[in-house]
Design a protein. Structure first.
Lengths: 214, 231
């Protein structure tokens, strides 16, 4: 493999670049949470958390944690000036009602038509848990997915049709992987950019659905 | 005179019957009315249906209720957690029924019950396993799934301050499911850290009006992760 992959921090920084000034954003648990650390200083981006807070700030200093003020991952956070609290039905109305500008989610698989699978592997012994994934996926104005381009064993995670149980249909706007940024469009999966030194054909070979050059 | 204040947790939960459906507020430990759940465990009601976002953590509260086999069915969005071993064991042994509901549908189904709505069409879950067998409808070119209200016999809420009419304020993200669950149960029992004289709570800042609350019990602040305070 000649080409370098983008690191997780580089992926997070790349997603952050696409979040405009003034946006209200929900960052999913895991890799998407890292986006918060890379938001450009000159942009005012407001973070929403499903458990009833807008205007979430960074983690508190050690010793100042207050477990009445937590994020969706149940970690203590802080509140920025202007931040507000609201109940669960309002919080999900913000998602479902199309009030959030962007949500960033992790994924097991994304299909050529923007179907998302990120809540359940479907393994027979797995205990299913969905949380707010289905509401978030279909609600925000833009749904960005952040994930490795392939599984650990090299299987493509961008596929013709998802084999894992679906979270939402046709809901993904843009996919950020460690190899490329890809838009889900009516004319197919359009490669917006890819890591230096990665030929289009190699990227295509690691992708389970047809790609289109930008 | 209206007096919703109840002297003890035991008195507040004394009449909960076997087979009751009980809503339990809370997300993580924020807003989790563990004291009421503990009193219910002690009271002994069994064959319960529990509605909560999760399915118990560690050894206390809901997890203890599960471990004591008091729960027949759980309605929740996120049962699987690092320390949900009591639920995991019962579920794998087929000894507890699970109704898995996307979190926003859970909140809205509870709200619908409290608001007297007979059901609603939501885009959440359309085309997924969790919408299987449910009525769907195309509205203005988008597909929706019909969801029904979730009622309860009893709701357990953890609020911050209250008065004898049952007016409640909350603290930060401990609010979560409290306001909607308070509306959806025949009997809503709230714990608060402070009961204040009528007229003390700023009427502009009351989140749950007392009409939705039937019993209110004062509990101590604990210097645990649930209380949010350090002593």
């Amino acid at each position: 493999m000649a080409e370098a992959k983008w690191s997780r921090a580089e992926m997070a920084a790349r997603v952050a670049r696409d979040i405009p000034d003034g946006a209200v954003v929900n960052l999913g648990i895991g890799l998407p949470t890292m986006v918060a650390n890379h938001l450009p200083q000159d942009r005012e981006v407001v973070l929403h958390s499903e458990n009833g807070v807008i205007g979430m700030g960074p983690a508190p200093r050690e010793g100042e944690e207050d477990f009445d003020l937590i994020n969706a991952g149940k970690q203590p956070v802080t509140l920025l000036p202007g931040g507000v609290f609201f109940h669960h039905a309002d919080s999900f109305a913000m998602m479902r009602g199309g009030h959030l500008d962007v949500c960033v989610l992790g994924a097991f698989q994304v299909s050529a038509s923007g179907d998302l699978a990120n809540w359940h592997t479907g393994a027979p012994d797995a205990i299913p848990a969905v949380g707010g994934a289905m509401d978030l996926a279909i609600g925000a104005k833009k749904t960005y997915v952040m994930m490795e381009h392939t599984t650990k064993s090299g299987e493509p995670k961008i596929v013709e049709r998802c084999s894992y149980p679906l979270t939402g249909i046709g809901c993904v706007t843009r996919i950020y992987t460690d190899l490329a940024v890809i838009d889900v469009t009516p004319r197919g999966l359009v490669v917006v950019e890819s890591v230096d030194g990665l030929p289009f054909d190699t990227l295509q070979a690691r992708t389970g659905a047809p790609l289109v050059r930008a | 005179m209206i007096q919703k204040e109840v002297a003890s947790l035991q008195a507040a939960v004394a009449d909960i019957a076997d087979g009751a459906t009980v809503m339990i507020g809370g997300f993580g430990t924020a807003g989790l009315p563990n004291e009421l759940v503990g009193a219910l465990l002690e009271q002994g009601a069994k064959d319960l249906t529990i509605i909560n976002n999760n399915a118990g953590n560690g050894e206390t509260g809901l997890a203890a209720l599960l471990a004591a086999r008091r729960v027949r069915k759980i309605v929740c969005s996120f049962p699987r957690q690092v320390d949900s071993h009591h639920f995991d064991r019962l579920y794998r042994a087929g000894e507890i029924e699970l109704e898995l509901v996307p979190q926003g549908n859970l909140a809205e189904r509870i709200r619908a019950a409290g608001a007297g709505i007979g059901g609603f069409f939501t885009p959440t879950g359309y085309g997924t396993e969790l919408a299987k067998g449910k009525e769907t409808r195309e509205i203005d070119g988008r597909m929706y799934v019909f969801e029904t209200p979730l009622h309860a016999d009893v709701a357990f809420i953890k609020a911050e301050r209250g008065d004898r009419w049952g007016n409640l304020t909350y603290r930060m993200t401990a609010r979560n499911f409290g306001p909607v669950m308070a509306m959806a149960a025949k009997t809503t029992i709230a714990t608060v850290h402070e009961i204040v004289p009528l007229g003390t709570l700023d009427p502009e800042c009351v989140v749950t009006p007392g009409i939705f609350v039937h019993r209110i019990v004062r509990i101590d602040r604990v210097a645990t992760s649930a209380g949010g305070f350090r002593q």
